[in-house]
Design a protein around this ligand. Structure first.
Ligand code: AKG
Ligand code: FE2
Length: 485
């Protein structure tokens, strides 16, 4: 199915430096022309379907000669210094988890692996992906050990009314606006000390608001195989400090029944205290592109989301695609679509403090339920103790609901921006802004990372070129292997 580009009209956007960016990142002309005969596919750029995942070792993700784990870990350059680096092995991807903005990080090769270890919970089934007429009925969501962040959440919300502005020391509010002139959004949010902004009318054209619900998803997509986890995003450090994330896979219908069970008003307190699993591994849009029609690009990004246009330029300049009136090239649509994510989770599902990779801007819309957000300016990074263990992602160890001032004394100097995003509201989070999110109700959130020509489009180009380079390496390796016998 062809999807319409949701970007603003191209003539309004200055991409004069794109050719320059492409020249800088794409290498010699001969290799660019070679690439033309092997264009990057949507699978290599976007969220991967199961089929894509199975085929990607041969198509998109070459296997590097194996090395021992330590020397390999040493080779991964730090976040934001990886233009030249192509991940090729599982260990380069970390433990998996929810970093939806990092397409290639989000689905590491063995994501969905079973739980092992002392508890031995029978949560992970050996799913035969070819026989996905799911007869699975024995799925049991593991009642896992608690986590420090969930305990902090329970303490924080153990009141009649959650009020982040009074509960979080020094918290400031985030402005709410409606009927905003789209021409002013970039200046307000992306320039200088731009800030997050809440749009109370951001979803005014969204069918999702009236149609999406647990029941709707269950009825339409219940047989999808999805992944959920009880700590997001995954952290290497978890294993040493506490315990690592647990990931389960199951039919969507089972996950949604689990959510419905948790929503029952007479849920025993003992059940409420169990760490909930977060559905942040459902490839909803790539499996069901029609869902994109329910979430048309919000009006306020109509002049600052240039993602499709930049991708189309890359297509033209790098792949020498012929312009066509027939909509975007499949990989342009695929890549564009992969930047949209859909999250479902019961109260207490948390995304710990991080900022989005690839210098991407983001909007997050609450389709159902309320969500607590706590954000920090990029200028406060110096007070947030960016975790060196998390080389693929940008994460902070600080839990804004229960900060440890002894361990992290500089945190006192940071300024939290706290708010509860109500159903029907959207927040725009500019690139580099740290954020923590926790569902207060049963929640459905739609999110998109996007690129804006003057502020971050070159990061998208770099990302595409990195994938392309990787593909070339793979081709050379494959050629070497076949020639070598
Ligand atoms: O859980 C959430 O809603 C936040 C998700 C998020 O920030 C992300 O995926 O980058
Ligand atoms: Fe994020």
């Amino acid at each position: 199915m062809k999807l319409e580009s949701k970007t603003t009209s191209p003539q309004k956007v200055d991409v004069s430096n794109l050719q320059q960016i492409l020249r800088l990142s794409s290498g010699d002309e001969a290799s660019v022309n070679r690439a033309k005969t092997h264009p990057v596919t949507s699978a290599s750029l976007g969220a991967l379907s199961k089929e894509d995942e199975r085929s990607r070792e041969s198509v998109n993700f070459p296997q590097a000669p194996s090395e021992d784990a330590e020397s390999c870990a040493e080779q991964v350059p730090p976040y934001l210094a990886r233009e030249e680096f192509s991940p090729t092995e599982q260990r380069h991807f970390g433990a998996g988890g929810s970093f939806p903005e990092v397409h290639i990080l989000q689905y590491p090769l063995d994501m969905g692996r079973g739980l092992d270890g002392p508890s031995g919970c029978p949560v992970s089934l050996d799913i035969d992906y070819d026989a996905l007429q799911l007869k699975v009925s024995k799925f049991v969501l593991c009642q896992s050990e608690s986590t420090v962040e969930y305990e902090a959440f329970l303490d924080f919300t153990d009141r009649d009314q959650v009020d982040p502005l009074s509960q979080i020391v020094g918290a400031r509010s985030v402005e709410r606006a409606s009927n905003v002139d789209p021409g002013t959004v970039a200046a307000r949010c992306f320039q200088g000390s731009g800030k997050p902004l809440i749009f109370t009318d951001g979803m005014r054209d969204w069918d999702a608001l009236s149609t999406w619900s647990l029941e709707y998803f269950q009825e339409k997509y219940g047989s999808d195989l999805v992944m959920a986890n009880d700590r997001a995003p995954a952290r290497h450090a978890d294993e040493a400090i506490d315990r690592k994330q647990r990931t389960v896979h199951m039919p969507l219908a089972d996950y949604l029944s689990y959510c419905q069970r948790l929503c029952q008003p007479d849920l025993p307190e003992s059940e409420r205290r169990k760490v909930p699993f977060y559905l942040n591994g459902w490839r909803a849009y790539s499996q069901h592109p029609e869902l994109m029609h329910d979430i048309p690009g919000p009006y306020f990004t109509s002049q600052c989301d240039h993602t499709c246009m930049v991708l189309a330029q890359v297509d033209k300049l790098v792949f020498k695609a012929q312009s066509s009136d027939d909509g975007d090239a499949p990989w342009v649509s695929g890549m564009n679509m992969s930047l949209n994510k859909l999250f479902v989770g019961p109260p207490g599902t948390i995304t710990r403090m991080h900022y989005d990779a690839g210098e991407a801007h983001a909007w997050l819309g609450q389709v159902a339920g309320r969500k607590l957000f706590i954000c920090f300016s990029p200028d406060d990074s110096q007070y947030l103790y960016k975790m060196e263990t998390e080389t693929e992602t940008a994460q902070s160890p600080i839990d804004p609901l229960r900060p440890d001032f002894t361990k992290y004394p500089l945190y006192k100097l940071a300024t939290p921006y706290a708010f509860i995003l109500q159903p029907g509201e959207m927040v725009l989070v500019p690139k580099g802004w740290w954020h923590y999110a926790a569902a207060l109700d049963m929640s459905i959130t739609a999110m998109r990372n996007f690129y804006h020509a003057p502020s971050n489009a070159q990061d998208l180009v770099k990302y595409v070129m990195t994938l392309l380079k990787k593909k070339r390496v793979e081709q050379v390796q494959q050629r070497g292997t076949s020639e070598g016998g």
